[in-house]
Design a protein around this ligand. Sequence first.
Ligand SMILES: *Cc1c(COP(=O)(O)O)cnc(C)c1O
Length: 355
Amino acid sequence: MSVLDLARPELRAMAPYSSARMEAGTGEIWLNANESPWNPLASGRVNRYPDPQPAPLLAALAHLYAVRPEQLLIGRGSDEPIDLLTRAFCRAGVDSVLVCPPTFGMYAVAANVQGARVLQVPLRAEHGFRFDADAVLAAVDADTRIVYACTPNNPTGNATAPQILLDLAERLHQRALLVVDEAYIEFSSQPSLASCAGNPDNLVVLRTLSKAHGLAGVRIGAAIAAPTVIDLLRRIMAPYPLPEPCIDAALRALSADARRITDERIASIRAERERMRTALACCAGVRAVLPSEANFLAVRFDDPVRRYAQLAGAGVIVRQLMKYPGLRDALRISIGSVDENNAVLRALGASEETA
Ligand SMILES: *Cc1c(COP(=O)(O)O)cnc(C)c1O
């Protein structure tokens, strides 16, 4: 049995859209795609459609994640691979995905758009929001096609040991994909599962340049999976998903010099996270600061609405977590620069020496 037997049969049989760029041979005069021959900008070649999956960016990401280029699908953020995986594997009205709330909302949104059911195995506050692989296995049914595990989890911040997820992937083998979303893994002390993606063949890892690499506005993310899964996703993706200026920006951000700066910034965020965790715990009205392996802290307050307004009054925008079960009293505060973090502490009335 192949992992593709889990996918929608009608998609496997579908002839994919074939773009002009994909059909192009080699040559100097490009008259095959109704493009303008003139480039309106001083730099870049934006009069041409971009390469759907540019080889230099595939190579740079493969190097970054220590995988092979044929294991990568580059998307507009990792949101796009979530959407493509859902559409490729979930039959409308029949199949389901499984999520562990409180977690990232896009998994359920993509499932709803596709008409897939959403099974929920809530993370329990009294267990520190620990990912419960046994509870997940007990809840999976015959039509569950995708199980999501977010590590470190948004919005709780806790990470799951890779071995727990590898074991779960083995136990779901030939039944469902395990999609491990590692949007914040660079900030964690846990190692990435990227090098295990595709082994077993139902294990998919999502990575993004939006968080640690500071490129949220550029919209570049990746699915790392077995080459057969990547082939299927490439068949159903948009013809030219990645804008040329974004490809350029991502390549520049992945140069050796830029990566040194990125590493320093990740170290700074991690140090600031620990400083903020201690300092926030001492602020009036703070009930608890959840331990975090990400670039944010979930903070429980006696009066979260008032504290949210207090921060807003000081010009600090944070995220309310009221709609998340188990986190109704919490705000999610991203870790910023030292100055930004100090502004948070001042707004919450921390003593002068901690702020
Ligand atoms: C931010 C985030 C993403 C990714 O976003 P993109 O910008 O689309 O790459 C994915 N998963 C989680 C849990 C996130 O918080």
